[in-house]
Design a protein around this ligand. Sequence first.
Ligand SMILES: [Zn+2]
Ligand SMILES: [Zn+2]
Length: 153
Amino acid sequence: MTDEPVKITGGCLCGEVRFEAQAFLKSGYYCHCKQCQKSSGAPAEIGIPINAGSLTFTKGEPKYYVSSEVGKRGFCNTCGSRLVWRPNDPANDHWTNLSVCSLDNPEDVRPKAHTFVDSQLPWYHLVDNLPRMREEDESEFLESFPGEPPEAS
Ligand SMILES: [Zn+2]
Ligand SMILES: [Zn+2]
């Protein structure tokens, strides 16, 4: 399924942080990892990949928490809304993903996979036929992101 990047806008609950980006709306995914559960306070985070370098903050800036060796999580410093996951290494910028409900039009998104189902909560039932990947599949999962790596500078 081809997934052309589409311009989207979004922001946090209180409106202090606003952004725009070129997002792959057909490549949303449920992440059931423990970090997404803790940082969102929800059973899973739904991420939307974006084109490398396409994220622009049009109002305010998120604060970042470095949650692993791989990435950091951006949130509004006032209302706490989760907005974005970004790789620590800019060479992996095509892994950047937005939290689906920070978009102004999350209904336009189509999830296509589940990842880290090892830690999916047993009472969180999602009735779909989407592929389900485990922690051990993480590299394969990241390689399936539709965006191209940024140009080496
Ligand atoms: Zn806010
Ligand atoms: Zn996760």
